[in-house]
Design a protein around this ligand. Sequence first.
Ligand code: URA
Length: 242
Amino acid sequence: MRLDKYLADMNLGSRKEVKQFIKKGLVTVNDAVVKSDKFQVNEKADSVAFDGEVIAYQKDFYYLLNKPAGVISATIDDYDETVMDLFDDETYRDDLFPVGRLDKDTEGLLVITNDGALAHRLLSPKRHVEKEYYAEVAGIMTEEDVAVFANGMTIDGNETCLPAKLMIDAVDEAAETTIIRLVLHEGKFHQVKRMVQAVGKEVTYLKRIRMGQLLLDASLTFGEFRPLTPEELILLETRDKQ
Ligand code: URA
């Protein structure tokens, strides 16, 4: 690829700015100053440095975000703050986007990437990548509900859900509330809320805690994110529990 594209892709500046850096002799390829922005570099083999600092080429970027309530899972919106507003520092690429959607009031694990192929694989209904949610529910969830969810229920009259694993973690009989975890293999609109509603109860708090075998990092506060490790990237696409 062209040297100016390489540097612009690595966020050193706009294409116009990096051309100026190259002209000024600030850029070396394999330790030799290169002053032509058209110079072809092999991003896998060549060592490109800017102002003496080696700039490794990275094509795809992956982040684990602990989504806070109140922001929407979109790249751009006229009214609401979006998850991408959390990445508006110029050190981040401008082609990042969230993989799938969480409701505005839902918190927790959201992967942010510029890798469209990965997003497609994770969201494909055929791949059935697991998503696990923690929810607080008004009403008492029962073993009958566990069976209904396991059998593949119908919501809103005509939408059939794949079998889902409902786990009842705590029941407060006096307050008539339940803490549940729910594992889904698909991502229908408002799915957790609508499944719980279909058995006569209501989700009052919702957080995604797992995608594939990738867990939400408990050390991330709401709104915080960090790059995924290579091992976590594999876990994201791993189907079975380890
Ligand atoms: N199910 C919901 O109801 N909301 C979400 O944000 C995710 C899953």
